[in-house]
Design a protein around this ligand. Sequence first.
Ligand code: MF3
Ligand code: CO
Ligand code: CO
Length: 277
Amino acid sequence: MKYMNYIAADSAPEVATSAIKLHGESGFQGMRAAGRLAAETLDFIAPHVVPGATTDEIDALCRDFVADRGALSAPFMYRGYPKSICTSVNHVVCHGIPGPRRLKEGDILNIDVTPILDGWHGDTSRMFLLGEVSVRARRLVDVTYEALLLGIAQVKPGNRLGDIGHAIQQYAEGQRCSVVTEFCGHGLGRVFHDAPNVMHFGRQGSGDELREGMIFTIEPMINLGRPDTKVLDNGWTAVTRDRTLSAQFEHSVGVTADGVEIFTLSPKGYTKPPYNE
Ligand code: MF3
Ligand code: CO
Ligand code: CO
């Protein structure tokens, strides 16, 4: 039996497929607008991420920001997820659910937003620091951001998915951090989570070839301690088993004729904290 590994997005159904969708100019245009709105949402929320704020308040602000711009928040009711964004504090690896807990000085927080604009998903996350954080927390955040950039630098036609994972793992482990293996980046577009899975570890030259028109996220989760995670009883919140700090950054990217286009760059030029104008 012969299986297709890639399919022109325009001839694919608007559901997750095992084949990797190759998008044309209309897909890139849709992702530019959705990605910009996602990045604008994180730009907008930055001044609200202060000690004493609750993650519920941050969720409501992001929810309304996105809704006011005619977009949906993809996480809301996605497989039963109860909120509009994910807020992952300290040892929470990903999929932290906003709640009444107040942020406090020294916390580190990932905010992950995914607005759907005109049917296209813009998926991005950044780390935020609450006041003065420990030196090792700061270092973890810096290492994680650099790991994302090194992964993105591997994106060009002819390279393979394993080149992305390898670059991330090689760097993070060289910095005496560990890479979470239970969660990965993903294809996206008019579908939230689509093929391919984008691992944040791997072997150079392994995995599917990157082709022009592919659109996916890279979203490494890096831990200060062991890589092992577990999901809490709410069915969503992933934490480090050893309760050491975890950090994550995420961009949505597209493979161009000669490299990469990042759809979720900050219009304010925000990259990693601190976020000052
Ligand atoms: N935005 C997350 C990602 O990067 C997914 C969140 S799904 C949710 O893929 F249901 F947890 F919100
Ligand atoms: Co994602
Ligand atoms: Co995300």
